[in-house]
Design a binder for this molecule. Structure first.
Ligand code: AMP
Length: 571
């Protein structure tokens, strides 16, 4: 037995002797927890496992044995482009094999993978790229139009790299300057890269999360957090992914690292199916799952609403799928039952970008009475091992009992929970004793099931993605005929929630402004899927005692969303 190495043998030894205690250090290796370990596993254990990406016609198929040299080449190319440890490398890409290669090459060479949300409005993309100071940006050919509004506005980006199967000689006509071609870059490098020794505390990846007010905030994952999250996700009572599985993540690779599934699959050795731009297309997703033998699917509720409809309509079934991981929004009962009816079992999970994202999973515990199974599956589940949870009274900060009645803000702590944001935004997210305030309000039952009842914020969640009600209100209120506007999210059978604007016309325009006019006005101000489903004209927005819009009152009296809004508007 040895004394802890960090302790001087003088005063502390004396103190321990006096107290008759003798703390000793374990004799295990100081092995740095890093994503290089996941890369090591796919290279040494899972060479034959495939990564299959859906293409316009057919699929792109590659084994890990083929992918690993490409990952090495990619790291070589990044180094040649001047990328150093700590530099941010951005991706604007669908779920596809090149994106997966970046998932490994960037963090394993010591740089930071910054996945950009391709559904964001240009101002947000511009803010995020500048805030992260991305050096190189990898973009899928189909997503180039998203970059055009950013020309001249993202000075940190020194190089754009185009990801395509059919490289064009020049892209200067796009106005985006000289773009390098991904495949040409890889072709110039060698199959081996001298991976550097990494510290587990180094940043590995970052993802931005958008809240109610202000700009999106950067969540920065470390190698250690990613490693431990991956191990956490793989546990039997968590997502329970194994080497025998074939996993189809329909959750975007820009959304909280696709819920950590790419690394979980790498660690476990599962076959990976990637839907590329066919993410929202139930037919393509079902065909890919069927043809490639998917056993686990993952995505937000909206995806499954489409899938159930498609399966019912066609009579097709996916008998090999044993689990459909579903989170990002609460799973409606009708969806859970609808999925059960077509043989797809939803595993409900809760988390957020700041929790890497997995926080809890709803697997009914062994003591669940047979009739209570569905009820347990509809909760947000039990906190994952590795994470601690408590609920706290938002007014007093007092910790509340787990009695299934009291509800308060969920606070969590653990090795894959954020302790702050990039550039120090929003320092108040951590309590004084170091727990992360999630902004979700929940009850916890005595058995530990979490039941989310509300959010502390007013953000609207549509199809698994946030819409800032405040931003939308500001846009509506910039209409010359509108005086005041408040936006709330109302339940929608397909998108979970959709925004509805309540607008007060200026007195001179009362009765002289139409819904169509307002929506048309918003079209160049917010993303298409942010456009309110309805604009309802009222005489006054209800206010709280301090003069803020009282959305609770609006919500309480709101009529449900009317039918007849074109669905494609939100895609
Ligand atoms: P994001 O960071 O975009 O993934 O959003 C995280 C937020 O989505 C959480 O704070 C919750 O408000 C919500 N959320 C995620 N999963 C669930 C779930 N299973 N049930 C209810 N809300 C959820």
């Amino acid at each position: 037995m040895v004394r802890p190495a960090g302790l001087p043998s003088t005063f502390k030894d004396l103190l321990f002797d006096l107290l008759e205690v003798s703390p000793v250090e374990g004799l295990m290796q100081d092995y740095e927890l890093s994503l290089q370990h996941v890369l090591w596993r796919i290279e040494h254990l899972h060479q034959k496992k495939e990564v299959v990406t859906k293409l316009d016609h057919g699929v792109h198929r590659m084994t890990n044995a083929e992918m690993v040299p490409r990952i090495n080449r990619l790291a070589g190319a990044l180094k040649r482009l001047g990328i150093k440890p700590g530099d941010r490398v951005a991706t604007l890409a669908f779920n596809n094999h090149r994106h997966l290669e970046l998932y490994y090459a960037v963090p394993c060479m010591g740089a930071v993978l910054h996945t950009l949300n391709l559904r964001l409005f240009p101002q947000h993309l511009e803010f995020i790229i500048n805030d992260a100071e991305d050096k190189v940006l990898f973009v899928d050919q189909a997503l180039i139009p998203l970059l055009k509004p950013l020309i001249g506005k993202i000075p940190s980006v020194k190089q754009l790299v185009l990801m395509t199967d059919t490289p064009a000689a020049s892209h200067s006509e796009d106005g985006l300057g000289d773009m390098l071609d991904y495949e040409t870059l890889l072709a110039a490098e060698s199959d081996g890269y001298p991976w550097p020794k990494l510290s587990e505390r180094m940043a590995a990846a970052m993802c931005y999360t958008s809240g109610t007010t202000g700009n999106p905030k950067g969540v920065v994952y470390s190698h250690r957090s990613q490693f431990l999250h991956t191990m956490g996700v793989l546990q039997g009572d968590s997502l329970g992914i194994t080497e025998k599985d074939t996993v189809l993540p329909i959750v975007p690779m820009f959304h909280a690292n696709s819920w950590g599934l790419p690394y979980a699959c790498g660690m476990a050795g599962s076959k990976v199916l990637l839907p590329d731009r066919f993410m929202g297309d139930a037919k393509s997703v079902v065909e890919l799952a069927e043809q490639e033998g998917a056993t686990i699917l993952a995505g937000v509720p909206t995806i499954w609403i489409n899938t159930v409809a498609y399966l019912k309509e066609t009579g097709k079934r996916l008998p090999k799928v044993h689990t459909v991981i579903c989170g990002g929004s609460a799973v409606p009962r009708a969806l859970m039952e609808g999925m059960d009816a077509v043989g797809l079992r939803i595993l409900h999970a809760w988390g957020m970008t700041e929790t890497s994202p997995l926080g809890s999973v709803a697997r009914p515990r062994s003591d669940t009475r047979p009739g209570d199974e569905l009820k347990a599956r509809l909760t947000q589940g039990v906190v994952n091992s590795g994470v601690e949870i408590r609920i706290s009274d938002p007014a007093t900060g007092e910790e509340l009992p787990w009695d299934g009645v009291a509800f308060g803000e969920i606070q969590v702590r653990g090795p894959w929970i954020a302790r702050g944001y990039h550039n120090g935004y929003d320092p108040g997210k951590l309590t004084e004793d170091g727990w992360f305030r999630t902004g979700d309000v929940a009850k916890i039952t005595p058995e530990g099931y979490i039941e989310i009842v509300d959010r502390t914020k007013d953000v609207i969640k549509s199809g698994g993605e946030w819409i800032s009600s405040v931003e939308l209100e500001n846009a509506v209120m910039s209409h010359p005929k509108i005086m005041e506007a408040a936006v709330i999210g109302l339940a929608h059978p397909k998108w979970d929630e959709r925004p509805v604007a309540y607008a007060v016309p200026k007195p001179e325009f009362k009765g002289k402004v139409t819904q169509e006019e307002v929506i048309e006005f918003l079209k160049d101000k917010v993303a298409k899927w942010w456009l309110p489903d309805e604009v309802r004209f009222i005489d006054e927005v209800p206010k709280t005692s301090v003069g803020k819009f009282d959305k609770k009152v609006l919500r309480a009296s709101a009529e449900p969303i009317h039918a007849g809004v074109k669905e494609e508007a939100k895609n």
